[in-house]
Write a new protein. Structure first.
Length: 96
């Protein structure tokens, strides 16, 4: 069961990376290139300036066309994750 949990976690994080990259790109990260890239290292090592989390912190809204991409990613994620979730639930139920 730990392997299935790791698989689900990897699938979830991979999906988030794809969605964040497609929907937000580099939104809110102009700080990284300002002043001749003086704070570029912050964008490498500080989670708040990561491409994966910065849109959530600044409240970025995806563009209209990216909604289609996000919807597609969610459908693919659910298609791939559903059997894993069912198997996790089945194994957990059989243990009790």
């Amino acid at each position: 069961m730990p392997a299935l949990g790791a698989l689900l976690l990897a699938l979830t994080l991979s999906t988030w990376v794809g969605i964040a990259g497609a929907a937000f790109d580099q939104v809110g990260l102009d700080l990284c290139s300002q002043n001749n890239y003086a704070l570029e290292a912050a964008c490498w090592y500080v989670p708040e300036f990561s491409v994966l989390w910065r849109p959530l912190i600044v409240g970025a809204i995806p563009q209209e066309l990216t909604v289609i991409i996000v919807a597609y990613c969610v459908v693919v994620y659910m298609t791939l994750a559903a059997p894993v979730i069912v198997e996790i639930v089945r194994r957990a139920a059989s243990r009790t």
